[in-house]
Ligand binder design. Structure first.
Ligand code: SF4
Ligand SMILES: [Zn+2]
Ligand SMILES: [Zn+2]
Length: 300
């Protein structure tokens, strides 16, 4: 197979695009897909200070790399979750990448700064690990972005992630989640803007990007992900994609185009939730104390 762009031998075939690419043209294609997502969804503007949430995995490191290549002022944010060897290793990959690119990495260590690790915190607070982890990440990403004066938080969710979340939310018709499933969540009182610039690239493309650019990343999944429903949804979608290349992208992008607006709070007749300020940390919350401060109180 020949490269679609330069006719040299291809190193990767992308059935969704019905095309093959050589190394350089594939890297060009990846950057262009990110640039297109940024433009189409008005994610970033010139001069924005971007904080990239990095986990040491392929997606977030590739995203950081591409944003730097595209000329954005992008710093990394690494959260130490205290998940044993997995956390130690993922921190090592993240620091090595930052050093190699000469990029600034902000680190927040949950055990060191808040006195609990995610597995213990989840157990004591009687939450699923991914639920305790997810709420901690949302809270701490936002806090770090505000403290550091960043305009936007970028996360490495790719097309496979977003299609799997959409699939899960559609199976159960979780309308409030469907209303928030956008590649951009605008800034609102106390919340920094959040963007997902990898939505036009799949998991396999991100792994290929790292291999072809020599980015070392942690290959093992987080041990807490075992039994996670999203892995099953991804497999199911991969099965469909196998027989019908492009189905995953159509499912997600047609949703954004034709259906997402139907789930807005106003469209489903829900009143806007009124936010107040957490009496303990000052973060926006619906109750007296925010979910993260409650977790810290129960876990320590
Ligand atoms: S799999 Fe769950 S616990 Fe592990 S990093 Fe992801 S959200 Fe956190
Ligand atoms: Zn080429
Ligand atoms: Zn709080």
């Amino acid at each position: 197979m020949k490269c679609r762009r330069c006719r040299e031998p291809a190193v990767i075939e992308l059935r969704r695009h019905n095309a093959g690419f050589c190394r350089d043209c594939f890297l060009h294609h990846s950057r262009e897909q990110v640039r297109k997502a940024i433009d189409d969804f008005d994610m970033l503007h010139a001069g924005d200070r971007v904080l990239v949430a990095v986990s040491g995995g392929k997606d977030s490191l590739a995203l950081w790399d591409i944003l730097l290549d595209l000329g954005y002022a992008a710093d990394g944010l690494y959260l130490g979750l205290g998940i044993g060897e997995y956390s130690e290793e993922s921190a090592t990959y993240t620091r090595a990448f930052a050093a190699k690119r000469g990029a600034r990495l902000v680190e927040v260590d949950i055990p060191g700064e808040y006195g609990f690790d995610i597995p213990t915190g989840a157990r004591v607070a009687k939450r699923a690990p991914c639920s305790a982890c997810g709420l901690s990440k949302r809270h701490l990403f936002n806090r770090a972005a505000i403290d550091g004066g960043y305009d936007v938080i970028a996360t490495g969710h790719n097309l496979d992630d977003e299609a799997a979340v959409l699939f899960g939310n559609t199976l159960r018709w979780n309308v409030d989640y469907l209303s928030r499933q956008r590649p951009v969540l605008p800034a609102e009182a106390g919340f920094v803007k959040k963007v997902k610039p990898l939505v036009r690239l799949g998991e396999r493309e991100m792994a290929a990007y790292c291999v072809l650019t020599g980015i070392d990343y942690i290959v093992e999944e987080c041990p807490m992900a075992v039994g996670n429903k999203h892995l099953g949804y991804k497999e199911a979608l991969n099965g469909i994609e196998e027989h019908s290349p492009g189905a995953k992208a159509a499912f997600y992008f047609e949703f954004l185009d034709k259906a997402a607006h139907r789930f807005d709070a106003a469209a489903v007749g829900e009143a806007e939730v009124e936010l107040r300020t957490c009496s303990s940390c000052g973060a926006p919350t619906t109750g007296e104390v925010c979910a993260f401060c409650k977790l810290v109180a129960r876990a320590t």
